[in-house]
Design a protein around this ligand. Structure first.
Ligand SMILES: O=C(CO)COP(=O)(O)O
Ligand SMILES: O=C[C@H](O)COP(=O)(O)O
Ligand SMILES: [Zn+2]
Ligand SMILES: [Zn+2]
Length: 305
């Protein structure tokens, strides 16, 4: 069933588990995410970035919304990193039930003003809103406190931001970053900061850049001829700890992309004469589904639908 993001996330924060928001760009990813959610009896958020909406067009948004309606588990269709009011309106028109407005790169007052505008429009049609405060950047454990404060989410500001904007859930910056290169070794996550934010902000909190970039997946990608540098992700224990402290929505894109592409490479390498797309997209879709399921287990959302 198609539900709002808040409906899913409120319950998650209250009960102390996390819900995955998985980025999709095509039919195979969408099917993988929805099938995994149904098999795991897990609520889920299907995330489409502006890039995904552009690439997949009406075909993808229509599929996402209609399949979410038919799903046997709660599904929110979510706009990831909406960059403008216009972009949010497009998602609302397409039937999304959750939108993100990301004005985190603007100053505080602009972020508040632009987020408020989106909240007014989205709430008017029953859609819930994610906003972001702080800069998503990898950070070393030993950098000076004032440098951390300049980049990462300030707890008092977060409280004021949520009160002034009326946003429903908040993406926080606590040291994670997007993509396959999140910092050396085990990337530092500022859990004490998260704890202070969570004490002041009762709304569900969101963790972006949360992919694990599993070494075995990186190795598989490499072994199949893919080129990738010193890729690192967020340690599963650091995710669990963040969920225990108040993170309710965890975004994952990179891990799915890696799995999908590794499997396509492997399959084509093994069968150079193959040119039926179903023969290599099928196994790749299956690999995405397995990653989604294992993320759901890690987040504790299995059986919660
Ligand atoms: O935050 C994300 C999408 O908004 C995805 O993060 P990853 O790059 O770690 O998968
Ligand atoms: O955070 C961004 C997501 O990983 C989506 O990326 P994209 O803009 O390349 O679709
Ligand atoms: Zn951002
Ligand atoms: Zn993100």
């Amino acid at each position: 069933m198609l539900v709002t993001g808040l409906e899913i996330l409120k319950k998650a924060r209250a009960e102390g588990y996390g819900v995955g928001a998985f980025n999709v760009n095509n039919m195979e990813f969408l099917q993988a995410v929805l099938e995994a959610a149904e098999e795991a009896r897990s609520p889920v958020m299907v995330a489409l970035s502006e890039g995904a909406m552009k690439y997949g067009g009406r075909a993808l948004t229509l599929l996402a919304v209609e399949l979410a309606k038919e799903a046997r588990v709660p599904v929110a269709v979510h706009l990831d990193h909406g960059s403008s009011y216009e972009s949010v309106l497009k998602a609302l028109r397409a039937g999304f039930t959750s939108v993100m407005i990301d004005k985190s790169h603007e100053d505080f007052a602009t972020n508040v003003r632009e987020t408020r505008r989106v909240v007014e429009a989205a709430h008017a049609v029953g859609v819930t809103v994610e906003a972001e405060l702080g800069r998503l950047a990898g950070i070393e454990e030993h950098v000076a406190v004032d440098e951390k404060d300049a980049l990462l989410t300030n707890p008092e500001e977060a409280k004021r931001f949520m009160e002034e904007t009326g946003a429903d859930y908040l993406a926080v910056a606590i040291g994670t970053s997007h993509g396959a290169y999140k910092g050396k070794g085990r990337p530092f996550i500022d859990h004490p900061r998260l704890e202070r934010i969570a004490a002041l902000v009762p709304a569900p909190l969101v963790l972006h850049g949360a992919s694990a970039v599993p070494p075995e997946l990186v190795e598989r990608f490499r072994a199949a001829g893919g080129e990738i540098g010193e890729a690192t992700g967020i340690h599963p224990e650091d995710i669990k700890k963040a969920i225990a402290l108040g993170i309710a929505k965890i975004n994952t894109d990179t891990d799915l992309r890696l799995a999908f592409t590794a499997l396509i490479r492997e399959t084509l390498n093994k069968a150079p004469k193959e040119f039926d797309p179903r023969k290599y997209l099928g196994p790749a879709r299956e690999a995405v589904k397995e990653v989604v399921k294992s993320r759901m287990e890690l987040f504790g959302s299995v059986g919660k639908a």
